[in-house]
Ligand binder design. Structure first.
Ligand code: ADP
Ligand code: MG
Length: 431
């Protein structure tokens, strides 16, 4: 281990037991290190195991395989010197800002005077001077998040783990806090030596990180690493910044396309998880790409900005289009296929026809449900039948999402009907 390595994660894996006795592999062979003075970003979609990895690194949760070493020692329980910042903090409503921050030091058994001084300093540092005796209800969301930062910084951790710390804040508040944080970091005013930042926001990663690790889903794994060698403070309008954002988009979509084409861990059969993307979004995206100025091919960052979507919202739609072969995603661009262009030109009925054919051909679960309904005398089947089947391949949550997706799509394509009240699939009105 290098002298300036703070943290090393070696071949870490994590699996959770499933009700049936099998297990769900969430992390597989994760390797990373954090050097002194670095901010490393972990970029991946929700559910890819990023929070699980941070909990393992901080010693809050064990790895099933591999190990984490912090300053050369194996982490095997809550590690002193590693602190976490969460998306939103549970502040105690009956305690003042100062008291909430002081809680961060409770475990360290310091003299009361030092606890108070250190807490006041952390509050001051993070821009909450004057609010020491305020109660959480008197604070805005941004200020409450600052109290959370103060509570993490007050322990003077060597490593700060940040789990989507800006994502619950509105745009301006988030940018304010990012800028303040980066300024303090660059000026060496923060009592920390390294940061791991989990995010699903590409621009945030480019703004803040020295290196970005791209995380894949199912199981979570690091697919690639990109160095961001732009000087701080960074400017979102700088062409080099924009080029880096483009590159990350391209890299992410390339990796995802690869993963989508690879026969999945569960095969590309009925056990492939689906994201519940609405058919309105699907139609909307196809229309937007078909129209001017894109005329069938669009740059994903441009499209995200135009449609005012978050990357996390756009990717699942783009992925659904890719799975249905209505579009191809490559090198940060999305391009409609022949069928995709045809879809854009048709009226509702024509669209339903194209969609239904795409479902039958490319979405194994939709075809499976339709076949079972066709075969049964009653032409009905309960949701639980398919839910049980899916839970052999994925978590209960993912199975619910997958069924939600296939219900919405099947309804639009008029492949089958679904009655929410009795949780029954049927062939009632289709066609
Ligand atoms: P991310 O932070 O990237 O959104 P998480 O680490 O929260 O992802 O979760 C990754 C996966 O692990 C999810 O499918 C989640 O359902 C599963 N998971 C997380 N914690 C547990 C747990 N304690 N038991 C079972 N499954 C879990
Ligand atoms: Mg998370």
């Amino acid at each position: 281990m290098d002298a300036d390595t703070l943290l090393e994660v070696n071949q870490v894996g994590r699996a959770f037991p499933r009700p049936g006795g099998s297990e769900l592999v969430v992390l597989d062979d994760v390797n990373l290190n954090l050097g002194d003075g670095e901010i490393v970003g972990l970029l991946g979609r929700s559910g890819s195991g990023k929070s699980t990895l941070l909990r393992i690194i901080s010693g809050l949760s064990p790895a099933t395989r591999g190990q984490v070493s912090y300053l050369g020692r194996t982490v095997d329980g809550p590690a002193h010197g590693i602190a976490m910042v969460f998306q939103s903090f549970a502040l105690f409503p009956w305690l003042t800002v100062l008291e909430n921050v002081q809680l961060g030091l409770e475990a360290l058994a310091l003299p009361p005077k030092e606890i108070r001084e250190r807490s006041l300093k952390a509050i001051d540092l993070i821009g909450l001077d004057g609010y020491e005796s305020a109660y959480p209800r008197e604070l805005s969301g941004g200020m409450r998040q600052r109290v959370g930062f103060a509570r993490a910084l007050v322990v003077h951790p060597n490593i700060l783990l940040m789990d989507e710390p800006f994502s619950a804040l509105d745009v301006l508040t988030a940018e304010n806090l990012r800028t303040d944080f980066l300024e303090l970091w660059s000026e060496g005013k923060l009592p920390i030596r390294g940061v791991i930042l989990v995010t699903h926001n590409i621009e945030e990663a480019v703004l803040m990180c020295d290196r970005v690790l791209l995380f894949s889903t199912n199981p979570g794994r690091i697919m690639s690493e990109i160095k961001i060698d732009l000087r701080q403070p960074r400017d979102r309008q700088d062409p080099a910044f924009i080029a880096m954002v483009d590159r990350l988009y391209a890299e992410m979509t390339a990796r995802r396309a690869e993963a989508a084409q690879r026969p999945g861990r569960y095969g590309s059969g009925i056990g492939s998880p689906l994201a519940p993307v609405s058919t309105n979004l699907i139609s909307g995206l196809i229309e937007a790409v078909a129209a001017a100025p894109y005329e069938g091919k669009a740059d994903l960052p441009d499209l995200t900005a135009d449609l005012q979507l978050e990357v996390d919202e756009l990717f699942p739609v783009a992925e659904a289009l890719q799975m249905l072969r209505l579009a191809e995603v490559e090198g940060g661009d999305i391009k409609l296929t022949h069928m995709g262009k045809l879809f854009a030109e048709k009226d509702t009925n024509g669209r339903k026809e194209i969609f239904s054919r795409a479902l039958m051909t490319h979405v194994a679960l939709a075809a499976h449900i339709r076949r079972i309904l066709d075969e049964r005398g009653s032409h009905t089947a309960p949701k639980s039948r398919f839910l049980d089947e899916l839970e052999d391949y994925m978590t209960a949550d993912a199975a619910e999402d997958t069924l939600r997706a296939v219900v919405a799509w099947g309804r639009f394509g008029e492949l089958f009907a679904y009655d929410d009240e009795n949780a029954m699939f049927s062939l009632e009105n289709p066609q």
